[in-house]
Design a protein around this ligand. Structure first.
Ligand SMILES: NC(=O)c1ccc[n+]([C@@H]2O[C@H](COP(=O)([O-])OP(=O)(O)OC[C@H]3O[C@@H](n4cnc5c(N)ncnc54)[C@H](O)[C@@H]3O)[C@@H](O)[C@H]2O)c1
Length: 424
């Protein structure tokens, strides 16, 4: 047994979990010449994808269809159909449950693929998780279910995903990818796979290092956003516009990196990943990573703070007012409403008695709560609202029209940058 042969471009790849991470990887691998089976336990998803309809904005239908029509990509919902894979990449969710890592999807996927592992194959975990998961959680499941020995009979590695939904410049292909293995041969197998998928791989010495690398990246971001959010809350009473101060600081060519305030953090990463890190550190070292708890506390307070500012700006209680919220996704130009601070903001508004109407052109409206009526962005909607709040600054919104017709405009993203809007 040796490392995967880079020449073997017809290798059978299975991608387990076809979401924001798994689907782009499956399509990219098919384009790179692999024979790919995308597996998802959600049969509705696999049926939709098989018909050429994508639910991930970074994978347009045309690209999905080309991959399907090439004959190198197929979808399935049954593990038996992927028996005999050469490489299997696991990209399933790793949420929190009661504040603790919930690895049930990783464990289910591990248990399901274990009996299908053949000698010399490679299993790679991409799901974000705490250091030690690959070696302490996944490997025992794979060995128990396969009767084989990891490292000796098959390869195992971890490679964190850095996908940034909506980012056209830094894509799966162009973003350097950290790769690791449980031993040298596993590392070579993992590296030679991703060398065919992305422009640059970055090998590290252990799966634990690769797991921590991902948590470091996201904790760095979560903490810096919290710092700026806290400063934003203090700057205005001090008579300073925080955005102007950040712009000025960002002219320093070294030692400073700009982060921007907003209504909080959302998505599958920033509100969750740092807690994976602090949970593991607390469990193993009985040590509290205070930066993480503090950053969570500050970021979680932001929706309430934005609503306080809107109430102050209106100079009246919110009860009985109509508030139009622009954008519900956690990030601009995407439809991802998971953990979205914009959704939290609508809930605070509703709790204070406001009639909440919201515009979210990118998301499935059924995902939004009962308290919020989803509407189109029209002049009438803007005119009839007591306040308009920019929560997520999608490029598709007509900001000129909003500025012109809003009775009161609060811009939590400072997109308008005009004299008309109040901002953080
Ligand atoms: N979304 C991002 O921007 C992003 C970026 C980097 C890393 N990650 C990490 O990647 C992982 C996946 O995230 P995502 O955003 O792609 O999740 P997602 O919810 O978009 O997709 C996950 C998919 O896995 C499927 N699934 C769940 N359990 C399964 C099982 N046992 N077998 C087969 N399929 C199963 C679900 O049906 C779903 O379609 C997470 O650990 C996340 O933290 C996400």
């Amino acid at each position: 047994m040796g490392p995967a042969d880079p020449e073997r471009s017809a290798a059978q790849l299975t991608v387990v979990g076809l979401g924001y991470v798994g689907l782009p990887l499956a399509v990219r691998a098919a384009e790179a010449g692999f024979t790919v089976t995308g597996l998802d336990t959600d049969e509705q998803r696999t049926k939709q994808l098989s018909s050429g309809s994508s639910y991930v904005e970074d994978v347009p239908d045309a690209r999905l269809l080309t991959a399907l029509n090439s004959g190198r990509l197929q979808m399935c919902a049954n593990y038996q159909e992927v028996a005999g894979f050469d490489i299997c990449v696991i990209t399933v969710p790793t949420p929190l449950r009661d504040g603790a890592p919930d690895l049930r999807c990783v464990e289910d996927a591990g248990r399901s693929i274990a009996p299908l592992i053949t000698p010399a194959s490679t299993v790679i975990l991409e799901s974000t998780t705490y250091p030690g998961t690959t070696e302490d959680v996944l490997v025992p499941l794979l060995e128990a279910g396969s009767g084989l020995i990891a490292g000796m009979d098959f390869h195992v590695g971890y490679s964190p995903e850095r996908i940034d939904p909506g980012n056209a410049e830094w894509t799966l292909e162009t973003t350097p990818k950290v790769v690791s293995g449980i031993d040298d041969r596993s590392l070579q197998a993992v590296k030679s796979f991703y060398d065919q998928i992305v422009a640059r791989t970055v090998p590290v010495s252990s799966t634990r290092t690769a797991e921590l690398t991902k948590l470091l990246e996201n904790t760095f971001r979560q903490v810096n956003i919290a710092l700026i959010n806290e400063l934003a809350m203090c700057a205005r009473p001090l008579g300073v516009n925080i955005w102007e101060a950040i712009d000025a600081a960002a002219t320093k060519p070294f030692g400073f990196m700009p982060f921007w305030p907003g209504p909080g953090v959302g998505g599958h990463c920033l509100p969750i990943d740092p807690s994976y890190l602090s949970w593991e550190v607390r469990r193993r070292l009985q040590y509290d990573v205070r930066f993480v708890s503090l950053a969570n506390e500050i970021n979680e307070r932001m929706p309430e703070h934005v609503v306080d500012r809107v109430e102050k700006g209106l100079s009246r209680p919110l009860a009985g007012t109509t508030v139009l919220v622009l954008g519900l996704a956690y990030k601009k130009n995407t439809g991802d409403v998971r953990e979205s601070p914009a959704v939290a903001l609508t809930q605070v508004l509703a709790r204070r008695g406001a009639r909440v109407r919201a515009v979210e052109p990118h998301a499935d409206l059924r995902l939004i709560s009962d308290d919020v009526l989803c509407v189109e962005l029209t002049e009438d909607e803007v005119r009839s609202a007591d306040a308009v709040v920019v929560a997520t600054d999608h490029d598709s919104f007509d900001y000129d029209m909003v500025e012109k017709h809003a009775a009161y405009l609060f811009d939590a993203r400072n997109r308008c940058r005009g004299a008309v809007a109040d901002c953080l």
